[in-house]
Design a protein around this ligand. Structure first.
Ligand SMILES: NC(=O)c1ccc[n+]([C@@H]2O[C@H](COP(=O)([O-])OP(=O)(O)OC[C@H]3O[C@@H](n4cnc5c(N)ncnc54)[C@H](O)[C@@H]3O)[C@@H](O)[C@H]2O)c1
Length: 360
């Protein structure tokens, strides 16, 4: 981004209007921004509309906007639960690179070494507004979550633009033995905690009258069960997250708040390492379930999360983005050494069931 454009964005951000850069075709009419002709000329026209203006107005300067504006998060305030490590931290760093001020929420009183290294790295990127902050919050405590998010929004000058609910846990118990406490614990973090954070963020977005993007990290396991794994509570909790997002999207759309889910496939993090390190062949088994023939990397979520957080996705709400869908297509019979993949018939049936479930 050139320095002129960046300083224009910062000064807009300081005036509290940055978040209002939205292509007029993408927002609810009540969120339209009244602009002076000069500002409209430079700030709001994108793509073909900009091309048509350039044709009729010789003073209009053509400029690329896709990466410079639509994806830009300069001055935006974000919260990310589970932000001390793993996918939450990777996502936080990506949002910072796009210009955001990111508050990571997690269980440890103070964040770990990797978090501190990432905070230093963000500082050294020398971006005008990007910052990485940390708060010790248990997402299962609704009152604490609401209060913390309220304070963050207030301290950041009355704004909250992006919320990512990535905190999660997994446990393994056979479905017939899974104790009530274990089932409740997983549901409490993965479903209730996600809901409390989404609520808290939505409340601040409404309070300050700003459009916002809420992204819930679900899982491919919210749609299909993992053959060979005993994770009934986890799968149930992630399925619930998909419905939370759709329900909230329906209620909050008219207020300019979008709610979507990202469902990662298998990615090696501390969470999955517990499984992978315990079973020598598991990495190969999981890799064989994906058309790409491998597990994902945390950094492979950077693009989709930044896109969903930004104005590049302003017509997307109530949607699930699966990264990678391959995990849903290439189901392996992990327990059957003679048959690595499901048959075509099984696949067709599975695909039909999944597709019809989606269309509904
Ligand atoms: N890694 C994968 O393959 C994968 C696949 C699909 C979905 N996911 C989901 O992505 C998210 C991040 O997973 P990850 O792989 O980075 O795992 P991770 O274990 O590395 O990170 C999870 C983070 O959540 C935090 N957390 C747990 N309970 C919390 C609570 N009560 N309050 C606040 N923070 C809490 C943990 O301290 C940790 O920092 C999870 O929701 C997970 O279910 C991961």
């Amino acid at each position: 981004m050139n320095s002129l454009l960046r300083s224009a964005l910062i000064s807009r951000s300081l005036r509290g209007t940055h978040n209002s850069y939205i292509s007029p075709s993408c927002v609810h009419p009540s969120r339209y921004i009244t602009t002076s002709p000069a500002r409209k000329n430079n700030d709001t026209l994108v793509g073909v509309q900009a091309a048509l203006r350039a044709r009729s107005d010789p003073t209009f300067t053509p400029r690329p906007t896709l990466l410079q504006k639509e994806f830009d998060l300069t001055g935006r305030v974000a919260v990310v639960s589970g932000g001390n490590r793993g996918l939450g931290l990777e996502i936080s760093e990506a949002l910072c690179e796009a210009g955001a001020i990111v508050h990571c929420l997690d269980l440890p009183e103070t964040p770990g070494d990797t978090w501190h290294a990432t905070q230093k790295y963000v500082k050294r990127l020398n971006l005008p507004s990007a910052r990485l902050e940390y708060a010790n919050v248990d997402v299962t405590n609704q009152g604490l979550v609401w209060d913390t998010i309220e304070k963050i929004a207030e301290n950041e000058g009355g704004r909250l633009d992006v919320c990512i609910a990535a905190a999660g846990i997994i446990t393994g118990s056979a479905c017939l033995d899974c104790p009530a406490e274990e089932f409740s614990k997983v549901m409490n973090v993965n479903t209730n905690g996600v809901f409390y954070l989404a609520q808290a963020a939505g409340r601040q977005m409404v309070k300050y009258g700003r459009p916002g993007s809420i992204i819930l990290i679900a899982s491919a396991s919210g749609t299909v069960a993992n053959i060979g794994e005993q994770v009934v509570a986890y799968n149930a909790s992630k399925s619930a997250v998909l419905q939370i997002a759709r329900s909230m999207a329906c209620e909050l759309g008219q207020k300019g708040i979008r709610v979507n889910t990202i469902s990662p496939g298998y990615i090696r993090t501390d969470m999955t390492s517990v499984f992978l390190d315990a079973r020598a062949q598991l990495q190969d088994t999981w890799a064989s379930q994906n058309p790409l023939g491998r597990l994902g990397r945390p950094d492979e979520l950077r693009g989709v999360v930044t896109w969903l957080a930004s104005d590049a996705s302003t017509f997307c709400t109530g949607s699930e983005f699966v990264a990678a869908r391959g995990d849903l297509l290439g189901i392996t019979r992990a327990n059957d050494p003679n048959s690595k993949h499901i048959s075509q018939d099984e696949f067709d049936h599975f695909f039909f069931v999944t597709a019809s479930a989606r269309i509904r």
